[in-house]
Design a protein around this ligand. Structure first.
Ligand SMILES: [Zn+2]
Length: 318
């Protein structure tokens, strides 16, 4: 799945963008002797380099000591009972599956073997499986923890890759967890080739999840502005107002004292309300959507602020 040779060609120091020296068994280190990451080098977890500039990151180096590699307890397979019950309540992300097909179709139109960066790829997201299954694509999986689906631990604010390294970036349900989404979007722009594709999903009407590591929500217009340097190919809701209502009910139960598991159980009694999304009208549904998606291509043209007023009216027209 991962082409480590090409990975080594494009990987760079997250602080100064100099080449990184890989000379096992020594730690990988920045090749620039003036950079402090030359002296300190990069720790490794599960044989994967932690290419994080800790002086500029929310994460502390101690989180990766003793080969731990996990900031939060994660469940990568999606097979735990808890994950399955939650999936039953909120439903499969059919929008992502459709968009993943379109992302793949467009990737294969590049005249060369496409290379795709997955940010937040510790677990394979809804709709992304087709990318992993396609033998004609190189996938570089990254996350803030090491998993069987990643080849490096990175912080999206300072991507450790050379500019214009990728044909596509897939970032799904990640940007709400970063402190500065606009910085991450600028980094995505930098590492994409001209015309390179981004697929992003961000929650809108979802409550806090992942505890201390949850910072932002975006309306469809906010999501568009975040990727204002991209041409929009498609955008819309991921889970409508009905899905958002089921989420709200679960968090109401929690607020009233139900534990997380009991609240999830109680919410399963109203899961069917998410099917109302199928009857919803586009515009009001987007205004109350559970999440939004944006599929775009790196462009030379940037949206100007005034265009955003018209965007709200036009985005939902067929
Ligand atoms: Zn450096």
């Amino acid at each position: 799945m991962h082409q480590l040779a090409s990975f080594a060609n494009i990987v760079r120091c997250p602080r100064c963008l100099s080449d990184i020296t890989f000379a096992p068994p020594a730690k990988p280190r920045c090749s620039n002797v003036k950079c402090t990451l030359n002296a300190t080098g990069f720790v490794q977890v599960d044989d994967q380099p932690v290419l994080v500039d800790f002086e500029r990151s929310i994460f502390a180096p101690g989180a990766y000591d003793q080969n731990k590699g996990y900031i939060l307890a994660r469940e990568n397979t999606g097979r735990s009972i808890r994950t399955r019950v939650r999936r039953f309540i909120t439903g499969r992300n059919l929008v992502a599956e459709k968009n993943g097909g379109e992302f793949l179709r467009r990737l294969l139109l590049f005249g060369e073997r496409p290379r795709v960066l997955i940010i937040g790829g510790g677990a394979i997201g809804d709709g992304a499986q087709g990318l992993y299954d396609n033998a004609d694509i190189d996938i570089i999986g990254t996350d803030v923890y090491a998993s069987p689906f990643t080849c490096a631990v990175v912080d999206g604010h300072h991507l450790p890759f050379c500019s214009e390294a990728f044909h596509g970036v897939w970032i799904q349900a990640v940007l709400e967890h970063v402190l500065e989404p606009h910085v991450v979007a600028a980094e995505i722009y930098r590492v994409l080739k001209s015309g390179g594709l981004v697929y992003s999903e961000i929650p809108f009407m979802q409550q806090v999840h992942e505890g201390a590591y949850d910072f932002s929500r975006f309306s469809l217009s906010g999501h568009r502005w975040l990727f204002r340097r991209f041409e929009q190919l498609a955008a819309g809701s991921v889970g409508g107002a009905g899905t958002a209502f089921v989420w709200s009910f679960r968090y109401l139960c929690r607020a009233l004292g139900a534990g997380d598991r009991f609240a999830t159980l109680l919410a399963s009694a109203v899961f069917y309300l998410r099917f109302l999304d199928r009857l919803a009208r586009h515009r009001p549904n987007a205004d109350g959507a559970s999440g939004t998606y944006f599929l775009g291509a790196k462009s030379q043209r940037t949206l100007v602020p005034r265009e955003m007023v018209r965007y709200y009216e036009e985005q939902m027209r067929p």
